[in-house]
Ligand binder design. Structure first.
Ligand SMILES: Nc1ncnc2c1ncn2[C@@H]1O[C@H](COP(=O)(O)OP(=O)(O)OP(=O)(O)O)[C@@H](O)[C@H]1O
Ligand SMILES: [Mg+2]
Length: 501
């Protein structure tokens, strides 16, 4: 269906793709695998008309094509779900879906009714239960991702490219998506699927192609492959996956929380967090598990002073009672928060890597009120090395880095504040398996050095890999606590599923 031949793409200082040759057959799901920064998204942007300046040739159904714009590619039948959300928060779901391809009546007016109806149809198919008029800015990240998927499915396309479509959605939504992908395959479409979640690839992909450092390495059928095979092809060598040693003893609490409540923003009689009490010890990694909407993010944000006015309860940091009315207080007291949505809350995309890294603690790089750019560059270079951030230099704009490497900048920014309690919200979203492993290793090292870590994740294997203790949230309540030895997937899931009374 779609063939890429000798595709080369250069950015200032980086060759993102170097003579890449790949094929995407009809009626098959092709997984594109590769580490962060391997060039996956860049290639997809070329195939879908985002970048028009590249070398090489693309063939669609055997015919040479060259797309001048996204619309051009769309008209040809190529749709893409982008890795980073590309929705307009101030427009409704229906308006976002039809942006640039609005339906009109015979009179040339916008056909709101028809657009709303089509949107509703798609939302029903995708099992997203919100009205088409809802502003996208009011949706959760996961819901926004479903809208992004709907956008790609709106028009009949022959090739559907999915660049990490599941990085923010829950398991039931993944199941719905996979059902759709199977339909598309049956209809003879070519599906291109990118994900760092290996189990997904084994569930849905028929073939794989490997990109490494901008080169196409090899391709083949998924059948008969093992996860280790895939990792080896991706990284070019074997890696061993880290796991926490059970039964580690931890120091006294860095943070203690009693009766933490958070009022619902619009329903005053309802609480989003209900009387939470727990503590995190020095050197301890506490995993926070919960299904979508359980209140994980709200909990971390409340501790960080982001919901002042709606929150109540008592908090002690290193024995001293404190309640933060704003993040600045939390940072000063030694808390750090790597947020869930790196693009919106974690980074200033238009600033370079070095400015982003120094941003949470300017004290590191300031002298008598002036910024010392040399010191700032040194600080950035330290984290670029430590975290293996793939960037041509510390002067690169954050927006130009690959998704996984952007995530590492956010991590570096908070490590630079040297926090006592580091809170991480889905820290490995969009991160390749090798980098994930490095982040786990880093968390274990930081804990060994005495830092308390509270990590919220929707991925059970991740929780099990790093936690000394696991807390389970369900509908705003703490429903269970497990030591590393007691924590099993079954027990955790059972506690996470809301009781049906
Ligand atoms: N607009 C840009 N300007 C400069 N460099 C860029 C730009 N876009 C991508 N790059 C660089 O090209 C390389 C490939 O990036 P790309 O986003 O394609 O990686 P990826 O395989 O999708 O990674 P990830 O798994 O992290 O999403 C990276 O080194 C990245 O920094
Ligand atoms: Mg990418």
């Amino acid at each position: 269906m779609l063939v890429a031949e000798n595709i080369t793409k250069r950015f200032a200082g980086v060759t993102a793709l170097d003579k890449v040759c790949l094929e995407f057959p009809a009626g098959q799901v092709t997984a594109v695998i590769g580490e962060n920064g391997a060039g996956k998204s860049t290639l997809m942007k070329i195939l879908s008309g985002v970048y028009a300046d590249y070398e090489g040739q693309i063939y669609f159904r055997g015919q040479p094509v060259r797309f001048a714009s996204i619309r051009d590619a769309q008209a040809c039948g190529i749709a893409i779900i982008h890795q980073e959300l590309n929705l307009v928060p101030y427009l409704s779901i229906a308006e976002n879906l039809f942006l640039g391809r609005e339906l009109t009546t015979d009179w040339g007016l916008l056909d709101q009714k028809q657009m709303r109806r089509k949107t509703q149809e798609l939302l029903t198919r995708l099992k997203l239960d919100v009205p088409p008029d809802t502003l996208v800015g009011e949706l959760k990240v996961g819901q926004q991702q479903v809208v992004e998927i709907a956008k790609a499915l709106l028009e009949e396309s022959e090739v559907i490219i999915m660049d990490e479509p599941t990085s923010a959605i829950s398991e039931s939504e993944v199941a719905v998506l996979f059902g759709l992908i199977r339909d598309l395959r049956r209809e003879g479409k070519a599906v291109v699927y990118i994900s760092h979640k290996l189990d997904e690839l084994f569930t849905i992909a028929d073939r794989y192609v490997v990109l490494r450092d901008g080169h196409s390495i090899e391709s083949g059928p998924m059948a008969g492959m093992t996860p280790d095979d895939i990792i080896r092809k991706m990284v070019g060598r074997d890696i061993t996956i880290i796991r926490q040693q059970a039964g580690k003893t931890c120091g006294e609490p860095v943070v203690t929380v009693r009766d933490l409540c958070l009022r619902h923003p619009t329903r005053p009689n309802e609480n989003q967090l209900k009387n939470l009490s727990f503590s995190v010890g020095r050197g301890e990694i506490v995993g926070l598990f919960g299904l979508m909407g359980a209140g994980r993010t709200e909990l971390l944000e409340t501790l960080f002073g982001l919901h002042h006015g709606r929150a109540s309860g008592r908090v002690w940091v290193e024995g001293k009672e404190t309640f933060f009315t704003a993040p600045i207080g939390a940072i000063k007291a030694g808390l750090g928060l790597v947020p869930e949505d790196r693009k919106r809350d974690g980074l200033v995309l238009g600033l370079d890597v070095q400015t982003n890294i120094s941003l949470a603690d300017l004290g590191n790089v300031e002298k008598t009120g002036l910024l010392n750019r040399v010191k700032e560059a040194l600080l950035a270079r330290k984290y670029i090395t430590d975290l293996r951030i793939k960037t041509p230099s510390e002067k690169q704009e954050a927006r130009n880095l690959s998704g996984g490497n952007q995530q590492k900048i956010v991590l570096g920014k908070w490590l630079a504040t040297n926090p006592r309690l580091l809170m991480l919200d889905e820290p490995t979203r969009g991160i390749d398996i090798n980098a994930k492993n490095e982040i786990y290793k880093l968390m274990l090292q930081l804990a060994d050095a005495g830092m308390g870590i509270l990590v919220a994740s929707s991925e059970l294997p991740e929780i099990l890999a790093v936690s000394d203790r696991v807390l389970v949230l369900s509908e705003g309540r703490l429903t269970a606590e497990f030591s590393a030895a007691e924590a099993t997937e079954n027990a955790i899931l059972k506690a996470a599923i809301p009781s049906t009374i």
